[in-house]
Design a protein around this ligand. Structure first.
Ligand SMILES: *[C@@H]1O[C@H](CO)[C@@H](O)[C@H](O)[C@H]1NC(C)=O
Ligand SMILES: *[C@@H]1O[C@H](CO)[C@@H](O)[C@H](O)[C@H]1NC(C)=O
Ligand SMILES: *[C@@H]1O[C@H](CO)[C@@H](O)[C@H](O)[C@H]1NC(C)=O
Ligand SMILES: *[C@@H]1O[C@H](CO)[C@@H](O)[C@H](O)[C@H]1NC(C)=O
Ligand SMILES: *[C@@H]1O[C@H](CO)[C@@H](O)[C@H](O)[C@H]1NC(C)=O
Length: 483
């Protein structure tokens, strides 16, 4: 498969598309039938109750109509989820909380793939060559690139990448020459944004999603977090629809369809999440996506998912993101954008939710982030049980590590509440939700009696490890007086 896509595969894709739309049609018909049946049932139940108990019964066990609504299908795959991290060289925690590495997760996915591997990516710099360094810690990235090139000779490897990243050229030329299909998506032209998503899909069955770019530093010099879900074709198929949208837009001259054809639609969203077992625990899961123009019917936009997760918290909201700004970072003239900021202040004020924000500080931090974070951190008063706290996480660097460009930073993009784990790929400022392509995995296990750890409890442990570590400083202590 050195040259392009063989004819059979094109036909195969076409056939699969048709199957999808047929499945979609059956699903819709099923939905319609089920709705009619539900209405009848509800009507009968109501009539029964009304005639036997009268209208005044205040504790009547009328089943909520929602109970009967057809749920999106459940999934019987024995999905296994693992949180994975990159911990920068030299960073040491006084804690037993440790997760497998992202490097290992990527090797596992490469090893598990027998027919297809799809990767959505921002840019590619997996070797020392690209940064003109001689870093021994580039070895892991170089190994990933080598193995990807090997599998590209045997399997269908598709890579969607943001257009106009010259530095991606060397890696992508190698992969293309090995047989990978690469499409660059011109998000600048399409939405005035970039393709910033980072996920993998192996054999339409195993997935990875998280903060790391296809960059050797993401494995050894930058702090990253992601999730890998094995043996989970239902979730992988849904993530595949987001990939197919990038793949479609990667054709030259392509416009964003409006509406998107139904093959891109999903039944799984914040209202009707996918029901599946994760490590044996029944879970509600969905994938959100941004910007809204890339969301086909049924897809929850990423901003809506963040706002609803914050709004659904009962006790706390912990947020760990690299950048947090209530603005459009890249817009000129400047624009204020406070959707998330307002939601945080609102839950803190109205419902006394504890908000903790762990934000990164490094050489490239925009100074304007600091006063906005201080403003949030000033929402703090015992009497009214106002409790928002902000800490800055700094990844220390030796003089030698300081020479590595764009490294030594906490690049995490996740949120954990007392109920939900949210693992995303976006910085938290307006641009990432309005123009830039990103996506997130939202896991809700509150409905079930979990045996052992949940994704939520594991992510909470990661947050608390970092929050309580010597690398975090309350923002008031970090910047006394002027910034
Ligand atoms: C997927 O499930 C199969 C069958 O249970 C199992 O043999 C295999 O090891 C699993 N793969 C992964 C990556 O967990
Ligand atoms: C996140 O924000 C930083 C600073 O603006 C930017 O350099 C980076 O490209 C953004 N995206 C990534 C890679 O997470
Ligand atoms: C999580 O699941 C519970 C019960 O299954 C549901 O009531 C709640 O709305 C869900 N939360 C979110 C943010 O989806
Ligand atoms: C799921 O199981 C794997 C081992 O198969 C384990 O590494 C991981 O921590 C478990 N995840 C959760 C959320 O329990
Ligand atoms: C670990 O604990 C020691 C002793 O309490 C402390 O000096 C050090 O700063 C801690 N390191 C981290 C990374 O938290």
């Amino acid at each position: 498969m050195k040259t392009g896509v063989p004819y059979e595969r094109v036909v195969d894709v076409q056939r699969r598309r048709e199957e999808y739309s047929r499945a979609q049609m059956y699903y819709r018909c099923g939905l319609a039938l089920a709705s009619v049946a539900t209405l009848l049932l509800v009507a009968m139940t109501l009539q029964n109750l009304l005639s036997t108990r009268g209208r005044s019964s205040s504790h009547s066990p009328v089943p909520s109509p929602r109970f009967h609504l057809p749920r999106a299908e459940t999934c019987s795959d024995a999905c296994r989820v693992v949180l994975v991290e990159s911990i920068p060289e030299g960073l040491v925690f006084n804690s037993s909380i440790a997760n497998p590495s992202i490097y290992q997760a990527w090797l596992n996915l490469i090893g598990e793939a027998h027919s297809t591997l799809d990767i959505a990516s921002f840019y590619w710099t997996l070797t020392n060559k690209d940064t003109h360094t001689q870093e021994p810690t580039a070895h892991q990235g170089e190994d990933v690139l080598k193995r990807l090139a090997e599998v590209a000779e045997k399997l269908t490897v598709r890579i969607a990448v943001n257009e106009a990243h010259d530095k991606s050229t060397a890696d992508l030329t190698l992969l293309t020459n090995s047989g990978a299909n690469v499409r660059s998506v011109n998000m600048l032209k399409l939405t005035n944004g970039v393709l910033h998503t980072k996920f993998w899909i192996a054999d339409k069955k195993h997935i990875f999603i998280g903060s790391p770019n296809m960059d050797w530093r993401s494995l050894t010099q930058v702090k990253e977090l992601g999730a890998v879900v094995y043996n989970c074709s239902c979730l992988a198929e849904d993530l595949g629809k987001i990939f197919e949208a990038y793949w479609f837009l990667g054709q030259s001259g392509q416009q964003i369809p409006s509406p998107w054809p139904s093959t891109f639609s999903t039944a799984y969203n914040k209202e009707t999440p996918l029901q599946l077992p994760l490590n044996g625990t029944q879970s509600s899961v969905y994938l959100s996506s941004s910007p809204p123009s890339l969301c086909a019917e049924g897809r929850t936009p990423d901003l809506q998912s963040i706002l609803s997760v914050i709004g659904d918290a009962n006790d706390f909201v912990y947020i760990a993101v690299m950048n947090y700004l209530p603005t459009l970072e890249f817009s000129r003239p400047k624009r204020y954008w406070a959707a998330i900021d307002t939601q945080l202040r609102q839950v803190a004020y109205e419902r006394q939710i504890k908000v903790r924000m762990l934000i990164s500080h490094w050489a490239s931090t925009q100074p304007v982030m600091i006063p906005f974070l201080k403003s949030l951190a000033s929402v703090q008063q015992d009497k009214n049980r106002l409790d928002i706290q902000v800490r800055l996480f700094v990844v220390p660097a030796t003089p030698k590590q300081k020479e590595i460009p764009y490294a030594r930073v906490n690049h995490n993009k996740y949120m954990v509440t007392d109920k939900i784990a949210y693992i995303g790929t976006s910085n938290w400022s307006g641009d990432y939700f309005l123009n830039t392509a990103g996506s997130a995995l939202v896991v809700n296990q509150t409905g079930s009696q979990a045996q052992g750890p949940t994704v939520q409890s594991q992510l909470q442990a990661v947050f608390e490890r970092d929050w309580n570590s010597a690398y975090s400083t309350p923002i008031d202590h970090a910047f006394q007086g002027n910034t």
